[in-house]
Design a protein around this ligand. Structure first.
Ligand SMILES: [Zn+2]
Length: 54
């Protein structure tokens, strides 16, 4: 059986899979948001090719 990725306990409520509880689900969600906000996200329209092979 898979364990909670946050606290490594066995999930007690299937409603919050793969987490054991709403608390851990919220923790993961906040980490996800924090990560997405922290990542600067480089624009894909910057034509810089300094690293060509050769
Ligand atoms: Zn947990």
């Amino acid at each position: 059986m898979a364990t909670c990725p946050i606290c490594r306990r066995l999930p007690a409520d299937a409603k919050y899979k793969p987490f054991c509880s709403k608390r851990c689900a919220d923790v993961d969600l906040q980490r996800w948001f924090a990560g997405s906000y922290a990542v600067p996200g480089p624009a894909d329209d910057a034509p810089s090719r300094d690293d060509e092979e050769g």
